[in-house]
Design a protein around this ligand. Structure first.
Ligand SMILES: Cc1cc2nc3c(=O)[nH]c(=O)nc-3n(C[C@H](O)[C@H](O)[C@H](O)COP(=O)(O)OP(=O)(O)OC[C@H]3O[C@@H](n4cnc5c(N)ncnc54)[C@H](O)[C@@H]3O)c2cc1C
Length: 470
């Protein structure tokens, strides 16, 4: 069979109902792009997209792909910010969209959901039953559970408070790149000690298998209390965060930072008086309201020692919702029509946080293209993470946009190497392969490549991510 869009669609229609296979040029181009600001290269446009309904159909697609040596790119919602959801070469886009069943096994203490369920849909159902989903990315309305688990990212939630989503994943259904279906984990409330296959796929960057079902522990919802801190001097603000840890304050569930310019944008859009400095919003949890409030007060003590303009416990939920909406709206602002947001992920270590903050303020200095644009900085400062970014003009041509993105990855890598960190949200490969080799060495990289070859001897699944995108 000569490989063409038509022949691939024909074969896929023998596996999956015809209406869930598409070779339309619109679908193919739509699936060739991602949040990066530049267009797809012609030679990366996929042959077809397919939406299987279950693990068995996924298995048949992968077996076919192995037989014909056609790459398969798994797609949740395509919102990955490090290039992992952009196909590297022509292939099949396997959308997890129809893997969207959700089952509550409260007697066992779990929710089981298809990889294609959106984070928001699972969170909503979990919360309705009095539980809490330990995932809160800015993209939660669309980001898929499979995408989040394969990245092992909790978004805004701070690792030091409740860990990563993977800590709550008790089992998976996975289709291996060669087409076998396996189950991992346990139905018990004690996770397996020793070798545990779940760990290969959680945070596996979509390299080792297609996750079709996720089993997560149901966490009882906690009471929440809120704090807001404003600083003119952001380096002092960073020292406040450092103090919070050094002074052994309970880590908040989330702690978000907006620099003064970004805060002004958010507050203005929401019709609020902009704060006189940079802002931190944070949430602490407890078994009782009093416990949560006590934690906020303890954290505020650490900030107060660094001379903020204000450091307040927010007692009214209405006021908190209003202020928090100024943070929430930033994503929409950055994704507005006319410009395209491009940001880095810089992570500091605790000791260097004030120094890192000072460097992040100068993130784009000296960069030929990225440096021409106005810098907006926000981040998950409680997780010592910053997203310094710019709005790239749409009228820039593709080469210029690509070059600008390359510059930001290089600067990001310099800083993460300097602070001996590795990013905590956007995965380790794709646009970061060079960084990974520098950070962990060729020996480690070769080991990951060998592991990939064991799981995926024909390099069928998501080729390009490990090798690094152009
Ligand atoms: C506006 C916006 C805000 C964001 N905010 C955050 C944030 O706060 N924190 C954060 O961490 N990220 C954030 N992101 C990034 C992104 O949403 C996450 O990386 C998310 O995990 C991607 O999920 P997805 O369903 O879109 O996955 P995709 O982008 O479709 O896929 C990502 C990778 O996972 C693989 N994959 C997807 N599903 C599966 C599966 N079932 N099995 C195996 N591999 C799979 C893909 O092949 C690809 O390699 C944001 C993105 C946007 C656009």
């Amino acid at each position: 069979m000569a490989v063409s869009s038509e022949s691939i669609c024909e074969a896929l229609e023998r596996i999956v109902s015809r209406k869930y296979v598409s070779g339309s040029i619109y679908e193919r181009i739509k699936n060739a792009i991602d949040p990066f600001p530049y267009e797809a290269l012609k030679e990366q446009v996929p042959y077809a997209t397919v939406m299987p309904a279950n693990a068995e159909e996924v298995a048949e697609i992968l077996k076919f792909a192995n037989e014909k040596k056609v790459p398969v790119f798994v797609k949740g919602s395509g919102t990955h910010l490090g290039g992992a959801s952009r196909p590297h070469e022509p292939g099949i886009i396997l959308s997890t969209h129809r893997l969207n069943k959700m089952e509550f096994l409260e007697d066992y203490g779990f929710v089981e959901c298809g990889a294609g369920c959106s984070c928001a849909s699972v969170a909503q159902e979990v919360e309705r039953r009095g539980y809490f989903l330990p995932m809160a990315p800015g993209s939660r309305l669309v980001a898929s559970m499979g995408g989040l688990v394969s990245n092992n990212t909790s978004g805004h939630i701070i690792d030091t408070s409740i860990g990563k989503p993977g800590d709550y994943v008790y089992g998976l259904e996975v289709v291996l790149p060669t087409g076998e279906i396996i189950e991992t984990g346990t139905m018990g409330l004690r996770r397996p000690a020793g070798t545990e296959m779940t760990k290969f796929f959680v945070g596996g960057d979509g390299l080792l298998g297609v996750i079709t079902k996720v089993r997560m522990r149901l966490l009882p919802a906690m009471k929440r209390a809120y704090g807001v801190v404003v600083f003119e001097d952001v380096v002092a603000m960073a020292r406040g965060v450092q103090r919070m840890y050094v002074e052994k304050r309970p880590a908040p569930l989330l702690m978000e930072f907006l620099d003064r310019k970004t805060a002004k944008v958010g507050y203005t859009i929401k019709g609020l008086e902009p704060p006189p400095g940079a802002v931190i919003f944070f949430v602490a949890t407890g078994n009782t309201h009093q416990e949560a409030t006590g934690k906020v007060e303890m954290i505020l003590q650490s900030f107060k020692a660094e001379g903020p303009q204000s450091a307040d416990l927010i007692e009214s939920i209405e006021l908190w919702n209003k202020l928090w909406s100024a943070r929430e709206v930033i994503g929409t602002f950055l994704m507005q029509e006319g410009k395209q947001w491009s940001a880095a992920e810089v992570v500091s270590n605790l000791k260097s946080l004030p120094e890192c903050m000072a460097e992040v303020l100068r993130f784009n200095e000296g960069l030929p293209l990225f440096g021409q644009l106005e810098l907006f900085i926000f981040g998950h400062i409680g997780a010592l993470t910053f997203h310094p970014g710019v709005l790239i003009p749409r009228e820039w041509d593709n080469d210029r946009k690509r070059q600008a993105v390359k510059e930001r990855f290089q600067r990001e890598a310099e800083l993460n190497l300097k602070y001996r960190t590795c990013g905590g949200e956007w995965g380790q490969f794709s646009k970061r392969t060079n960084f990974w080799v520098q950070r962990y060495g060729q020996v480690s990289y070769e080991l990951v490549k060998k592991m990939k070859a064991v799981f995926d001897p024909n390099n069928i699944l998501n080729p390009g991510i490990l090798e690094g995108y152009r």
